[in-house]
Design a protein around this ligand. Structure first.
Ligand SMILES: C[S@@+](CC[C@H](N)C(=O)[O-])C[C@H]1O[C@@H](n2cnc3c(N)ncnc32)[C@H](O)[C@@H]1O
Length: 230
């Protein structure tokens, strides 16, 4: 099973905080607008079937659902998926949420998706290659795959691990393990081996004053990678 139980225990602890804009997921709230813009600038999502893997409390899923996409959200943390379900219900949104890893989902479902989103998940799974192989199984020719994750270098270690978790405390402590960070070149190679063509790599820049984000050519810390199934 491609799951790290300690990671899930950690996400369970903060599950009730997903929709607290000033809580430990504040940065993810601030990321949502540029994520939505990035996706919409790549593809018209209206009517498309989208799989959001490791969807958390549903911050992105809800925004994409409001824009007319049909969303399935998977998350291995039961507490988290329950928060996502509850919030979608209160928001009158029809989103399918399932507590599952991608691998378990595939065992029971043969559905293929037009778009797959894998944001800030690959750095939390034990077998990154297996995750990408599984993503390949839920895509079809021309499906679009959006990734976002953290690069691996001294700058990302200093920022994403030490400063964000321990000094600024804008990310829950223990969220990240440096050795699971992945370089764009490594991610691109895994995707190409799984049959994807890389379309774009864009960096994400944090404004240290107001903690908002913008796209950047600097990919040293967080980055997006978009690819298409061949
Ligand atoms: C850092 S959060 C990212 C949430 C969301 N994708 C976002 O970027 O806003 C990682 C999420 O992945 C979930 N997760 C961790 N390991 C997982 C796995 N093996 N399969 C599915 N979900 C997992 C966690 O419970 C958590 O909600």
């Amino acid at each position: 099973m491609n799951i790290d139980k300690k990671e899930i225990d950690n996400f369970d602890i903060y599950a009730h905080e997903w929709w607290n804009k000033r809580g430990p997921y504040k940065l993810i709230h601030n990321l949502t607008p540029i994520r939505v813009d990035y996706i919409q600038n790549t593809i018209n999502i209206k009517g498309l079937r989208i799989l959001d893997i490791g969807c958390g409390g549903g911050l992105l899923a809800e925004e994409l659902s409001k824009k007319g996409a049909k969303i399935t959200g998977l998350d291995a943390s039961e507490k988290t998926i329950n928060i996502a379900k509850q919030h979608a219900k209160e928001s009158n949104l029809n989103i399918e949420y399932i507590c599952s890893t991608l691998e378990s989902y595939i065992e029971k479902n043969k559905k293929k998706f037009d778009v797959v989103i894998c944001f800030e998940l690959i750095e939390h799974v034990p077998d990154q290659e297996k995750l990408i192989h599984s993503i390949s199984e839920v895509t079809k020719k021309n499906s679009t795959l959006f990734f976002s994750t953290i690069n691996r270098n001294i700058v990302s270690f200093a920022f994403a691990k030490v400063i964000a978790e321990y000094f600024l405390k804008i990310v829950p402590q223990g969220t990240h393990q440096y050795e699971k960070f992945i370089k764009p070149s490594e991610l691109a190679l895994l995707l190409e081996l799984a049959g994807f063509k890389i379309d774009d790599v864009s960096g994400v820049k944090l404004n240290p004053i107001d903690h908002t984000f913008s796209l950047s050519s600097m990919t040293k810390i967080n980055y997006f990678m978009t690819s298409t199934k061949k």
